[in-house]
Design a protein around this ligand. Structure first.
Ligand SMILES: C[S@@+](CC[C@H](N)C(=O)[O-])C[C@H]1O[C@@H](n2cnc3c(N)ncnc32)[C@H](O)[C@@H]1O
Length: 251
């Protein structure tokens, strides 16, 4: 089951009941992509994150123009509401890039989460950098509400390697499903994963495929429509598979 809210993440998060979700897995607008504050705050997501000559013509998305202090304060508020809405032992996982990693780990801790680590996501297809080191990784900053649940027999990797989807890509900053499907396993089976920045719905699709429930929020009507379609399609596929298993292949 899933519920997709259309609107502003902070406004919607405030309406969620206390202790109603078991994991927060999200990929907020990074508010990065520029050497100077004016480059970061004046350009939209497409101008920042899509290289010239790119094969796709995907729409931009909102929320990319906060300066550093505004970003930290906003992310702290979001993670504070997420904390309130989470159960004991819940895990929060927040994507970031190298520039915003320190701010993101500050915001996570200021919101009450216990910072547990930073997981590198290696992108093999990243561009070479003349005269310097390739920026071939993004990061998942993660923390817990209280402690990890030590009663679970669960062992997950400490890093991931996968390229962003190329074929049939739906969102400028779409995350690889194979990574998301591993991340959502941090949520107990049948538990609920929250993603306040749903985008094209990758976290939600992964959650449903792995037998978890999903609550998402997306501000852009364009991307909310895409997420809704992907989530519906996933639910239909799961129902068809379940019918097949119940009835057997001969039916
Ligand atoms: C980095 S993208 C997420 C991409 C997603 N992980 C995927 O695989 O498609 C962030 C998303 O947050 C949305 N967004 C920006 N500001 C928002 C806000 N205040 N409330 C809810 N969603 C917002 C953007 O429209 C964008 O789709």
């Amino acid at each position: 089951m899933y519920k997709l809210h259309r609107g502003d993440a902070l406004t919607v998060l405030k309406t969620l009941p206390d202790e109603s979700v078991n994991a927060v897995i999200t990929d907020p607008p990074y508010n990065s992509g520029g050497r100077t504050s004016s480059e970061r705050t004046s350009r939209d997501a497409r101008a920042k994150y899509v290289t010239s000559g790119s094969a796709h013509d995907l729409q931009t998305f909102p929320g990319e123009n906060r300066d550093q202090r505004a970003y930290r304060s906003w992310l702290t508020d979001l993670l504070t509401e997420s904390y309130r809405a989470s159960t004991e032992h819940a895990v929060a996982m927040v994507f970031s890039d190298w520039r915003q990693e320190p701010t993101t780990s500050d915001a996570l801790q200021m919101a009450g989460w216990t910072w547990q680590g930073t997981i590198p996501w290696i992108k093999p297809a990243s561009r070479p950098r003349k005269g310097g080191f390739k920026q071939s990784a993004e990061f998942i900053i993660w923390g817990t509400k209280g402690t990890l649940d030590h009663n679970r027999d669960l062992y997950l990797p400490g890093h991931f390697s996968a390229s962003q989807p190329r074929k049939d890509r739906l969102h400028i900053t779409q995350k690889p499903l194979e990574i998301m499907q591993q991340l959502v396993r941090i949520c107990p089976e049948n538990g609920t994963v929250l993603d306040p920045f749903t985008g094209s719905g990758s976290t939600g699709v992964a959650a449903l495929c792995e037998g978890r429930q999903f609550v998402g929020v997306e501000l852009s009507p364009h991307y909310a429509d895409i997420a809704e379609q992907r989530l519906l399609q996933t639910m239909q596929q799961i129902r068809t598979q379940d019918d097949f298993v119940l009835a057997g292949p001969e039916a």
